[in-house]
Design a binder for this molecule. Structure first.
Ligand code: GLC
Length: 836
């Protein structure tokens, strides 16, 4: 492994000079330093301050980032006061104190004046090339860094995809998108770069987004107890400071800044199956029919690289898939959509001028033989969209097709061209796109060293790989997303990616790459999913069962017990390993997997409601407990349990042969999902967890909206049934979000939000349902309310009128097991139900 700056001492770097003067503009203050450096503090919002520094020179007017989604912020009120020692900028929420000499910035809570985060030393730069010998790319630029005081009890979260535990305190990390098959805990870097972290001390949180796409380093006190620092091998010191103190508020701001995740189609929450090696088409059909025959839910089947003609992207291997369109249509009839993998490597296929075939006029060149000329390579070459080395030669890495070329996605025209090429899939019935190998992976050399002299257009800057590697996947996903949106404006795009940079949530969902079929790899799922959620990526998942190596029935079941509530639930496997579809280990395991997949579909209304919350607010659905209970120190390191939204707590078993486990329940009342047994939170409980049962608890005070049991999205009318779990005061509330699940119309108000309140004091039980918000009208249906009680009501009143006992399946009330069920027609109006 290369020696890296991370293991080095940054204290020898040059410090930025003291402040000698400053200027003010409407929303910013620019500091001029004695050494010619400049620092600009921009007040974007009362809780969001940007810090940008240029060392030993004035600030470049060029200011561009692929991550940033928003630059039109309302004007924030702020005041400036100064003293001989310092300059203070105060917004409604944050006070930024700039100590002039040495230049030290600290952020305080504007109300309490308590320090939230403070420089441990002035910002630094490598003026003398001290770190040059240790840098991965000595020519990348100048190392820049910022150091912050490390709190004695400060916890760190975030940094996107890291093969690490939840709390990153005392850890050190590198960001350099890398293809790392079979990674295990501690492997770093892996596929993605999200240079955003949260610091939490005494229940109060802040966030820092170091928006620098160069190879970057984050050290949360791994070799010093005084400081946490971050730095990069080039580019600017450029970070955004977010103040909470609530983590949820920071995540919302981060989404405002880097983009909100658009809603994917609802079927993306359906179960998915994949396998490297699913060919020919009859094999794919067999897998799907196996699912149907076995009564296992399935919404999506993935086609890995085997569907292509010689691994040429945007083509079909017509021996293996002679009629892809018919195949997709057949599968759609069974409720199953096709997703195809698309890698960045375009087969390098030059041909001597004589051998060149006349340009094909076919409307479907993707179905033609590509041996003499490959239309994608030809077009890209002609338009000059491929990456070149500094010396002007085409950059020719090796990927699945052998020698290949990569597109320069920083070129807007190249992105449009790439996006439009997806017609080759949509015309053949494909419903979504899976971007892989986009670190970008190069078999010649996986570290990226072979690519260092590759130049990208980069808004005319013609910058080097050092700057562009980490944003390559972001821009490829963007081209893909925008292409799908252009080609099918009435349908929501669905893209999955392996590599990423901050901002990826605007274009793509993600999965955690090539994991192992091991218990250790499974245990990593939880901190990885929750960490991604705390880093602005809500739609996450991992290959269920693990990608590499041999699993077994027990591991597969436990793996489903983690992933059945992850947004992306896909069983996937490498080509040269053992089968692991749900039925491969026998009926005992298959039956348990079926139970969890069926439960996922029943929970879809709840999952979709929390997904919409993630879209709207940036707060993820798959949560570490610390996100919901950030004042509870018992949650700070807790990463073997997780929550979905605010209401469901899941504590899977992550070791073989274990049938009981300890579960931490935060304060409040909790219900065992399976037995309805009540627990008082604020303690650790020991619960049974046989293979059939994943310990699962519902928060008292919540109402879970459930849907019908289904084998695919759209199979049945989604009639909601609200299951009520009152808190200690006998109250509960929820809201249900619905829309058409397919089109972008939700953004125009075509959705429906129904709010519900329950109060059950003594014998007075009331349920009030609000008039739904939004323009979406579901199909005619009923809605039900489920209350756990052994009592039989005397009267049930709907808007003061008694309703009858229901005949089978009809409206009215009835007892079912230990529950009272009330079913009413859904007429889209407000209602009040009283039970006496
Ligand atoms: C990469 C992907 C994996 C895929 C394989 C073949 O390893 O991460 O999911 O199956 O490539 O395309």
């Amino acid at each position: 492994m290369a020696v890296c700056a991370n293991s080095q001492d940054i204290t020898g770097l040059e410090k930025i000079g003291p402040v000698v003067s400053f200027t003010k503009s409407v929303n910013a203050v620019t500091l001029n330093c004695a050494d010619g450096s400049q620092v600009k503090l921009t007040m974007l919002a009362p809780d969001l301050i940007r810090v940008r520094a240029s060392f030993a020179k004035s600030m470049s007017p060029h200011d561009h980032s692929w991550a940033i989604a928003r630059d039109n912020w309302d004007t924030t009120q702020w005041t400036l006061t100064e003293s001989p020692e310092s300059i203070s900028i105060t917004t409604e929420e944050v006070e930024v104190v700039i100590h002039r000499s040495p230049l030290l910035i600290s952020f305080r809570d504007a109300r309490t004046r308590e320090v939230i985060n403070a420089d441990e030393r002035p910002m630094m730069y490598d003026a003398k090339g001290t770190l040059a010998g240790m840098m991965f790319d000595p020519n990348a630029g100048m190392f820049v860094a910022a150091a912050k005081k490390l709190g004695f009890d400060e916890h760190f979260y975030g940094l996107g995809e890291k093969a690490a535990r939840l709390d990153k305190r005392r850890g050190s990390f590198v960001n350099w998108n890398s293809d790392t098959p079979g990674y295990t805990e501690g492997k770093d870097p892996i596929y993605q770069t999200i240079p955003f972290y949260l610091g939490l001390e005494h229940g109060s949180a802040y966030g820092i987004f170091f928006d620098n796409s160069y190879r970057s380093y984050f050290n949360f006190g791994s070799n010093s107890q005084e400081r946490a620092w971050f730095g990069a091998e080039g580019g600017e010191m450029n970070y955004y400071f977010f103040y909470g103190p609530a983590i949820k508020k920071i995540l919302s701001r981060y989404a405002d800044l880097t983009g909100h995740m658009p809603l994917p189609p609802l079927w993306a929450l359906g179960n998915q199956q994949s396998r490297w090696g699913y060919y020919p088409d009859t094999m794919v059909e067999r897998v799907v029919s196996e699912y149907r025959q076995r009564d296992l839910p399935l919404d999506v089947v993935h086609l890995d690289i085997d569907y292509m003609n010689g691994y040429r992207v945007f083509t079909w291997n017509t021996q293996r898939f002679p009629r892809p369109k018919e195949m997709s249509e057949q599968l759609i009839k069974q409720g199953v959509k096709v997703i195809t993998i698309v890698d960045p490597g375009v087969k390098y296929q030059p041909h001597p001028p004589v051998a060149r075939e006349p340009a094909s006029n076919s409307r479907n060149p993707e179905l033609e033989p590509q041996d003499k000329s490959y239309y994608v390579f030809d077009q890209g070459l002609e338009k000059n969209y491929f990456q070149h080395r500094k010396d002007g030669k085409l950059f020719i890495p090796k990927v699945w097709p052998g020698e290949s070329v990569f597109v320069d996605y920083t070129l807007p025209e190249a992105r449009t061209w790439w996006g439009d090429l997806h017609r080759a899939y949509l015309d053949n019935g494909v419903a979504g796109i899976w971007n892989d190998m986009n670190e970008p992976s190069d078999f010649v050399d996986q570290t990226g060293k072979n690519q260092l002299d590759v130049i990208s257009y980069d808004e005319g800057e013609r910058s080097s790989h050092a700057k562009n590697r980490n944003v390559f996947a972001l821009l490829m996903a963007r081209a893909t997303y925008e292409g799908l949106a252009r080609l099918r404006p009435n349908l929501r795009p669905y893209v999955i990616t392996r590599a990423a940079y901050a901002g990826i949530q605007r274009y793509s969902t993600m999965w955690t790459g090539d994991t192992n079929s091991t218990w250790d790899s499974l245990a990593l799922n939880i901190p990885m999913f929750t960490t991604l959620g705390l880093s602005g990526e809500p739609f996450i998942g991992s290959d269920v069962g693990g990608f590499m190596g041999r699993g077994n029935g027990e591991l597969l079941v436990r793996s489903y017990q983690v992933s059945f509530l992850a947004p992306f639930c896909r069983n996937h496997k490498v080509i040269d390993s053992y089968d692991q579809e749900p039925w491969r280990f026998g009926k005992y395991y298959e039956d348990i997997i079926r139970k969890y997949l069926k439960l996922r579909y029943r929970l879809l209304p709840f999952l979709y409601t929390t997904l919409e919350e993630a879209h709207r607010t940036g707060v993820p659905l798959f949560r570490p407990l610390v996100l919901n209970y950030q004042n509870d120190a018992s949650t700070y390191n807790l990463d073997d349990e997780f929550m979905i939204g605010d209401d469901l707590l899941v504590a899977p078993v992550l070791r073989p042969d274990v049938t009981r486990r300890m579960v931490y329940l935060p304060e409040g009342k909790w219900y065992d999902y399976w037995t309805n047994k009540e627990y008082k939170g604020g303690s650790v409980v020991s619960v049974d967890a046989p293979l059939e049962t994943v310990p699962m608890f519902v928060r008292g005070g919540s109402i879970l909206p459930l849907g019908p049991e289904m084998n695919y999205v759209g199979e049945k009318i989604p009639e909601p049934s609200f299951v009520i779990y009152p808190d200690e005061r006998g109250e509960a509330a929820t809201s249900l979000y619905e829309d058409d699940g397919l089109t972008p119309e939700y953004a125009n108000g075509v959705y429906r939000r129904t709010s519900l309140r329950f109060s059950g004091k003594q014998k007075q039980i009331q349920i009030s349902i609000s008039a739904p918000e939004g323009k979406f009208r579901p199909q005619p249906r009923t809605i039900s309310f489920v209350i756990s009680t052994t009592l039989s009501p005397g009267t049930v009143l709907l808007d003061r009128q008694p309703i009858p006992r229901a005949a089978d399946g009809g409206t009215g009330w009835f007892k079912s097991g230990g529950n009272l069920v009330i079913r009413i027609p859904d007429d889209g109006r407000a209602h009040n139900i009283e039970i006496q």
